[in-house]
Design a protein. Structure first.
Ligand code: AP5
Length: 215
């Protein structure tokens, strides 16, 4: 199954992509995680991406499309993938359609995670991420067993730089201007599925699986 997960920052795309990818045995491809790894390693890509991410802006399309195109060529994408956070602009969506058409395997569905702005601000204020394995927690809704320590690998938990309220507001504005138009793009071509992302993680997973016919 070839899927795109769309929605504002903090809607729960990454949380649900990790669960579904594990169950379906396909990779979760998060452009945000790819950029954060490059920033951590201070590669040329990371140095370029960093200034956009810290300001809550999008990394330029030509850079982002290039890394996704390369990633989709990897062997583990043969049976499908979940794109988490890509595409985020109409040119990225058009490029993805071109890449998949050239490979003869079109996108199955784009899933919209619908949620109110104030709820995502609350969620992102509580998000903590493992610095070692990337596991995602929330101090309010999904706390680790021991404060500040990852349940899975024991690594330290940290707040993402771009989860400060001011940057979250900038990311939400960018979402409204540049990414929300993709909802119409996928709706018009009959590929959109809409999920109410404001419910509990378990309820969202159940709704997602039912909508995709993998329950
Ligand atoms: P990216 O990492 O993709 O961030 P995002 O899309 O803003 O999404 P988030 O990771 O913030 O949220 P999420 O929806 O995955 O929520 P999560 O599951 O973690 O991008 C970061 C930056 O990279 C961008 O700003 C940009 O600069 C750059 N970038 C990335 N892709 C790009 C692209 N394609 N083009 C250009 N630039 C790009 O959940 C959030 C919190 O809520 C967690 O704490 C979680 O535990 C909790 N939670 C999840 N679900 C629930 C629930 N149902 N109930 C209660 N709490 C919940």
């Amino acid at each position: 199954m070839q899927l795109v997960f769309l929605g504002p920052p903090g809607a729960g795309k990454g949380t649900q992509a990790a669960i579904l990818a594990r169950e379906l045995g396909i990779p979760q491809i998060s452009t945000g995680d790819m950029f954060r790894a490059a920033v951590r390693d201070q590669t040329p890509l990371g140095r370029e991406a960093q200034r956009y991410m810290e300001a809550g802006q999008l990394v330029p399309d030509e850079v982002t499309i290039g890394i996704v195109e390369e990633r989709l060529r990897a062997d583990d994408c043969r049976d499908g993938f979940i794109l988490d956070g890509f595409p985020r602009t109409v040119p990225q969506a058009e490029a993805l359609d071109r890449i998949l058409a050239a490979a003869g395997r079109p996108l199955d569905r784009a899933v919209e995670f619908a949620i109110e702005e104030e709820e995502v601000v609350r969620r992102l204020a509580g998000r903590r991420t493992c610095s070692e394995c990337g596991a995602v927690y929330n101090i309010y809704t999904r706390p680790p067993r021991q404060a500040g320590v990852c349940d899975s690998c024991g690594g330290p938990l940290a707040q993402r730089e771009d989860d400060r309220e001011e940057t979250v507001r900038a990311r939400l504005a960018v979402y409204g201007q540049q990414t929300a138009p993709l909802i119409g793009y996928y709706k018009e071509s009959g590929r959109l599925v809409r999920i109410d992302a404001s419910r509990t993680p378990g309820e969202v997973t159940a709704a997602l699986k039912e909508a995709l016919g993998v329950a």
